[in-house]
Structures are given as C-alpha cells and as structure tokens.
Design a protein around this ligand. Structure first.
Ligand code: SAM
Length: 239
C-alpha cells in the first residue's frame, strides 16, 4: 500500500540510490572532498545526531533498549546507538544507503573485538520504506526524512511511526518559519548541479498536531541551525 504518494516516493527512492546517494554519503562521511555548503550541512547534521544521542543517553542506559531508526541513511545514528548497547533495527528506502550503513557498521562495531571486549551487536539492516515497517520498539527515531514529503504525506508517516513506538518517538525536520521559507525560495532561484529532490519544510504546529492526533505529546524540543542546515528535533511521548 503506497500511502505516501507513488510519485514522490519513487523519485526519492531513485534519488537516494543514485546521485543523492553519492552526495549524502560524502556529506555524512569524513572525507575532505566536500564543498563549503556540504561541510556546513555535515556539521549541522552531526550536531543533530549528537543532540539525539545526548537526549537518549541522559534518560538512561540504552543497553537492551530496542530502537527503530527509520530512514537510517548511512547509519550516522544507528552506529552510535549500537555502541551504547541498543538493539537497533535500521531501515531505509534506498538499498544503496542500507548497504553503505551496513559496511560502516561492520567496520566500526565488529573490528578489534577480543574475548575481553566482545564485538558490539550489529544493527539489523533492512531495505524498507517506513510505511512498511511493523513491530514495536521502545524508541522510534526518524531524522531528516520528512523533508522529502509534503505535510499531507508527513501526517500519515508520523502516525505510522507513532504506532510502532512504545515509549518515545524522535523526529527531526526542516522547520517552516517565515525566514526559512524565504531562504528556501531564494535557494530555488539558483539551482546548482547538486540540487536535491524537492525539499518540504514543516511547521512545528503541524507536526505537533499530527502527533496529538496519534495520541502523543511533545516532551522535548531542540533546534540546530548552521548556515545551510536547519533542523527542528522533537521528542514525543504517549499522552
Ligand atoms: N536519518 C539519516 C541521518 O540522519 O543520518 C539519513 C537522512 S537522509 C537526509 C534521508 C534518508 O531518508 C535517505 O537515506 C532516504 O533514502 C530515506 N528515505 C526517504 N524517504 C523514505 C521513506 N519513505 N522510507 C524510508 N526511508 C526514506
């Protein structure tokens, strides 16, 4: 069942298996072959990951906690979660992203294991769009994925993610405020070669309304802004 309109989703899948994969693998990586804008986005995104890890670990140990990382990309969050002992299910609509995430996880989690310090548990990786995810997890996290879908599609995605989560749901998205909408419109006047798929901003009130409809309330909010990266993070818990 293609809840998220076939069109958008196909475009997003193809993008993240091809040009988007190359672009984002670089941005989320550590190599030097990034331009100024990409370096800035890398910085902002790693701050988002850091903030989420901080929020989660401050609430208690992650050892044995089940976490669904929906739209895991190259594993920027899944890997640190696994390092903290979380039992991670990492999935993404893009097969290219999932195999890259798996490769990086192997390199970071399985190497150097000795009898005294056994290897960390690998996340379970799957190629799956988030609408097809099922099961129950203590925590569901979905970072910087909603940007690819308009609010009417995002509503359904939020409700579905909430239905998988038992204790908390963490989402991050590009905030729609007057200033950022303006920036985005200006950006659209100068399409560069690295131009992504369409980017959709979301108003915090709209995300909050979707969460409330699903029976959840926001407990924590965070915001990361750099020159080219804007991401609002919300942590929601059942009402
Ligand atoms: N969450 C990762 C992170 O923060 O490092 C990756 C963020 S990246 C900007 C967006 C990711 O969402 C891409 O890897 C893309 O393939 C994935 N994606 C987009 N639409 C999706 C969907 N409907 N279901 C699952 N993954 C999706």
């Amino acid at each position: 069942a293609e809840e998220v309109g076939g069109g958008d989703k196909e475009v997003v899948r193809n993008y993240f298996n091809e040009t988007g994969f190359q672009r984002w693998k670089k941005i989320y990586g550590e190599t030097d072959d990034v331009n100024k804008v990409q370096r800035d986005i890398r910085l902002g995104h790693s701050k988002t990951v850091e903030n989420v890890m901080k929020l989660l670990t401050e609430q208690g140990s992650l050892r044995g906690v089940t976490v669904c990382d929906a739209g895991c990309g190259t594993g920027c969050l899944s890997i640190p979660l696994a390092k903290e002992g979380a039992i991670v299910c990492a999935s993404d609509i893009s097969a290219a992203m999932v195999s890259e995430a798996e490769k990086q996880a192997r390199a970071e989690l399985l190497t150097g294991s000795t009898p005294e310090s056994p290897a960390l548990e690998m996340p379970k990786f799957e190629v799956k769009d988030l609408e097809s995810l099922n099961g129950k997890y203590d925590t569901v996290v979905c970072l910087d994925v909603l940007i690819h879908y308009p609010q009417n599609k995002a509503d359904g995605m939020i409700a579905h993610l909430a239905s998988l989560a038992e204790k908390r749901l963490i989402l991050s998205f590009a905030p729609k405020t007057f200033y950022y909408s303006l920036l985005k419109r200006v950006g659209e006047l100068f399409p560069g070669p690295s131009k992504a798929t369409r980017a959709y901003l979301h108003a915090e009130e709209d995300v909050e309304r979707a969460l409330q409809k699903a029976g959840w309330r926001i407990r924590n909010r965070g915001l990361v802004t750099t020159q080219f990266y804007f991401s609002r993070m919300v942590e929601a818990v059942p009402l």
